[in-house]
Design a protein around this ligand. Structure first.
Ligand code: C2O
Ligand code: CU
Length: 566
């Protein structure tokens, strides 16, 4: 008997040493082959860059606590990186997939193995290319289920459905980007927005419309992802409401709404309860861009899908009920929506004291037009996307390598301005201070620094816009937001330090501000940027260098041997 127990213990010990990962979670492996594939959209065939020939790309499903190993093999003619948006990469910054920040791109014919763990998240995130505009077709869902045996904090849904919002160009987006940066002007707009890769409206095929088939009296978990390049969305389904349960893969205080506001880089899980009785109509689902739309119009440039109840008799064609959509410029609505997103926990771990304060102004800027060139930006200059009047320039080698090997000289400086160079009335001074310089300037943070950043949208050149800001390597608390200029005396008194949302992407009202806090406990070099692709291409990016701590597990580890070379 005693012998048996000893044997049992031995077996457990052997199992632990053989499969150390098992104690925490499983190891999940994925192969991502970047390759071209022809698809038909808007009545035209187009050759697009895909992962494994799929569009939208393959779904990664894991559990919280799992180790994930993704091998990316590049067969396309473009340099590629893949970023796991919202995964914190604690201890694995080399796997973040940010071109020229954490790694050099994976060149044609090369491969790179990303090895990271998924912790502190349950819900929906997504992966996408993080170089030029390739994420227009290179994106897919990351679904993080709770740890084994841990239930959802809501009744188990009958079905789970990813809803990816995207954007479609007939033209080659790599050329659109190149031309835009070359001329300094504004890019042409996309031709359509998409739901799960489908533009919704097309004259040649009804296969272009996404259909969600449902049954009465059931609960569906919709996993919404805004993977569009340049647009916020309002999302609605006619005559149905949602319960929001999670944002950016963190549970939130549940609330009911008939409209979802979602910005590029944001994800959210919502419960959809279907009607008890079989309805006599089908229902339109609409994602309406705001404030701008593409060239194909439906009810003002939106993309549509159909919610259809399975009917006992097949042949009946039911009328379609349309939702009333909010106005393009209804930023009051998105502001209120964002304010409703709150942490579940009232004792949320919000940093109460701040070691370092930052104020970042963001808006449209201008850089000089090179001699002998005609530029198409405002005033004959080049359009730019500055933060504190600095437009971020990507270096030739990856910042994280330069940092780790102490070779930052000539690659980057650590003098990124903590405040705008001239404090002007930012929200009411259209011509004020748009002049922008270029540079690869970073902020250096000691390990464990508690950071507050107020991101202030400006109305330089009469273009107040909302900017969805995304931080790599961290989730942050959204402690405040408001219209107009941030008031450093009054506004902090109203900060929510009790149950603010914890997320990885947040926007501010146009010509308004948002205040975020995080503790710099993840060493590495982490990009922070506007998730509107055109703005980040114009330089609306900066990066934090977070230094090592004293402890053994607070230090950067050397890069994996297959880290791509520039
Ligand atoms: Cu979704 Cu820097 O990325
Ligand atoms: Cu922006």
């Amino acid at each position: 008997m005693g012998f048996g127990i000893a044997n049992g213990m031995l077996l457990v010990m052997i199992m632990f040493f053989m499969f150390p990962g098992q104690a925490m979670g499983s190891t999940r492996r994925f192969n991502f082959e970047i390759k071209m594939r022809k698809v038909n959209r808007l009545c035209e065939e187009k050759n697009i860059v895909t992962v494994n020939g799929q569009f939208p790309g393959p779904q990664i499903t894991v559990r919280e606590g799992d180790r994930v190993i993704v091998t990316v093999i590049n067969h396309a003619k473009y340099n590629v990186t893949i970023h796991w948006h919202g995964i914190r990469q604690v201890g694995s910054p080399w796997a973040d997939g940010t071109a020229y920040v954490t790694q050099c791109p994976i060149q044609t014919g090369q491969k790179y193995v990303h090895d990271f763990s998924v912790s502190d998240h349950t819900g929906t995130l997504f992966w996408h290319a993080h170089i030029t505009w390739l994420r227009v077709t290179l994106y897919g869902p990351i679904i993080i289920l709770p740890k084994k045996g841990v239930p959802y904090p809501f009744p188990k849904p009958d079905r789970e459905v990813p809803i990816l919002l995207g954007e479609w160009w007939k033209s080659d987006t790599e050329e659109v980007l190149e031309k835009t940066l070359q001329t300094g002007g504004v890019p042409e707009r996309s031709d359509a927005y998409t739901i799960n890769g489908l533009p919704g409206i097309s004259n040649c095929s009804n296969k272009d419309t996404y259909k969600l088939k449902v049954e009465p009296g059931k609960t569906y978990l919709l996993r919404l992802i805004n993977a569009a390049l340049n647009s916020d969305f309002f999302f609605k389904i006619a005559d149905h409401t949602f319960t929001v349960v999670e944002a950016d893969a963190i549970y939130v205080k549940q609330f009911e709404t008939d409209v979802i506001a979602i910005s590029p880089g944001q994800t959210t899980n919502v419960l959809l309860k279907t009607k008890q009785n079989l309805p006599t109509t089908s229902f339109l689902m609409v994602a309406k861009p705001h404030p701008f739309g593409p060239s194909i119009e439906f009810n003002g440039n939106s993309t549509i899908g159909i919610l259809e109840y399975s009917q006992p008799t097949k042949s009946r064609k039911l009328p379609l009920l349309e939702p009333n959509m909010p106005d393009y410029f209804d930023y009051e609505l998105s502001h209120n929506y964002c304010s409703k997103v709150r942490s579940v926990d009232n004792q949320a771990n919000v940093p109460k004291k701040v070691d370092r304060h930052f104020l970042f102004t963001v808006g449209l800027g201008l850089t000089e037009c090179p001699k002998n060139q005609v530029c198409q930006g405002p005033g004959g200059m080049k359009a730019a996307g500055p933060i504190n009047n600095v437009s971020f320039e990507h270096p030739e080698i990856a910042l994280l390598q330069a940092h780790f090997f102490n070779k930052s000289k000539g690659v980057y400086t650590t003098d990124f301005p903590e405040f705008p160079p001239v404090y002007i009335n930012d929200t009411n001074n259209p011509l004020g201070n748009a002049i922008t310089t270029k540079g690869t300037r970073l902020v250096e943070l000691e390990y464990n620094t508690s950071v507050q950043v107020v991101i202030q949208g400006t109305s330089t050149l009469h273009t107040p816009e909302s900017h969805p800001f995304h931080l790599h390597g961290y989730d942050f608390y959204v402690v405040g937001r408001g219209n107009g200029n941030f008031d450093p005396v009054k506004d902090p008194q109203l900060f929510n330090l009790v149950d603010p949302a914890k997320r990885n992407t947040v926007n501010m009202p146009p010509a308004g501000w948002v205040a975020i806090r995080f503790v710099a406990d993840n060493p590495g070099v982490w990009l922070m940027h506007c998730h509107l692709e055109i703005h980040s291409s114009w330089g609306m990016e900066m990066a934090w260098v977070v230094k090592d701590g004293e402890g053994q597990n607070q230090k950067l580890r050397p890069p994996p041997p297959d880290l791509p070379k520039c």
